[in-house]
Design a protein around this ligand. Structure first.
Ligand code: NAD
Length: 341
């Protein structure tokens, strides 16, 4: 994999949202293969110290604290880039439902500003980060967890999912055949792995949620009984897939799932976490609005086009996350520790 990323040696890569969980891991990987990375991020998605734990500032990347809606900043950064990864987003389903105005500004207007600047100042390729949320609950009338294929009908169930689907369409429409910039779309499934920390008021990211609840001696809350299914893909694997989407020739104008191809229920995740915390309890809580029943990735296309497969199994990934959390007491968010159990 590192050999293939050698094509990025000395390339200038702009990573929007590069101060977040995935973006910071990606920026560090790109720096390691010899790219010159610039990160554009508001750096305010989390209460402290999450952005600092993600370590974008330590990766060697140039950090520009700013907003993807700021046309002048984006214009200047795009002019200085050979490649762009657009990962900046108001990246939480519940937050987007509560504040559709912020979701619209960050995910729709921010994407539009970036696309306009890329159209005016072409780069070699834009990788747009999308989400498996665009599949919603999958095809109507099908029982049980579904395997989501990139070319199936899409039924976004949340403001967040709709904003991601809009970004996909707009990218295709603005950077289609007549553009000098290639594009590729990556649809992440449920990303997890250290140093992921939940956001206040969020119900996404079950690995950190359940692990933190167990770590704090609180019952693990299984929304809707934990029957929902997710495809848990480790952040290291996600960073690799995204970097490959920048360089694999066959990815031009293509969309691929970034998942493992294996379904895991929330209850199974709770069981894997509980194995590290003897006596951990579970309670059933209501299923939040917009929380999809879920599904898992069809991985044929990502293998064919990216020649990539996720390498980290969920048992190993959760074990690594638990070890990191136990070794990093400052990672327990103060707002969560101070909350009533
Ligand atoms: N984590 C997942 O499970 C998952 C799944 C599917 C898709 N995604 C997508 O992956 C990308 C990265 O998500 P993440 O999990 O790292 O979330 P994250 O919140 O850790 O990272 C997103 C980053 O974008 C930045 N940002 C938000 N609005 C911005 C703006 N207007 N201008 C500049 N920066 C802004 C935030 O400060 C944050 O650092 C997002 O596009 C997200 O929608 C994530």
């Amino acid at each position: 994999m590192l050999l293939r990323l050698g094509k990025l040696l000395n390339a200038r890569v702009l990573v929007t949202g590069g101060g977040g969980l995935v973006g910071s891991r990606l920026a560090a990987l790109l720096q390691r293969v010899g790219a010159a990375v610039t990160v554009l991020d508001r750096m305010d998605a989390y209460p402290e110290p999450a952005h600092e734990l993600f370590g974008a500032a330590r990766s060697g990347a140039r950090l520009v604290v700013g907003d993807v809606c700021d046309r002048d900043t984006v214009a200047e950064l795009v002019r200085g880039a050979d490649f762009v990864v657009h990962a900046a987003a108001y990246a939480d389903v519940a937050a987007c439902t509560r504040r559709p105005d912020i979701a619209f500004r960050a995910n729709v207007c921010g994407t539009q500003v970036l696309l306009e600047q890329i159209a005016a100042h072409p780069v070699r390729r834009l990788v747009l980060v999308s989400s498996a949320a665009v599949y919603g609950d999958g095809l109507p009338g099908v029982e049980g967890p579904q395997r989501f294929r990139e070319d199936q009908c899409l039924f976004p169930l949340s403001v967040y999912a709709n904003s991601k689907l809009w970004a996909e369409h707009q990218t295709r429409l603005m950077l289609g055949a007549s553009s000098r910039t290639e594009y590729a779309v990556v649809r992440y499934f449920s990303v997890y792995g250290d140093p992921q920390i939940p956001k206040p008021g969020s119900h996404s990211w079950m690995v950190p949620w359940l692990t933190l609840q167990a770590r704090l001696g609180r019952p693990m809350r299984l929304n809707g009984g934990g029957v929902q299914v997710r495809d848990l893909v480790h952040v290291d694997d996600v960073a690799e897939a995204t970097a490959l989407a920048l360089v694999e020739e066959q990815m031009a104008e293509q969309t691929v799932n970034v998942g493992t191809g294996t379904p895991t229920s929330v209850r199974e995740v709770a069981d894997l976490v509980a194995a590290h915390f003897p006596g951990a309890r579970r309670v059933t809580t209501p299923r939040p609005e917009g929380d999809p029943l879920g599904g898992y990735a069809c991985v044929e296309r990502s293998w064919e086009l990216l020649r990539w497969r996720a390498r980290t199994g969920v048992r190993e990934g959760i074990g690594r996350y638990v070890s990191w959390l136990l070794a990093t007491p400052r990672a327990v968010p103060r707002w969560l520790a101070e909350e009533d159990a």
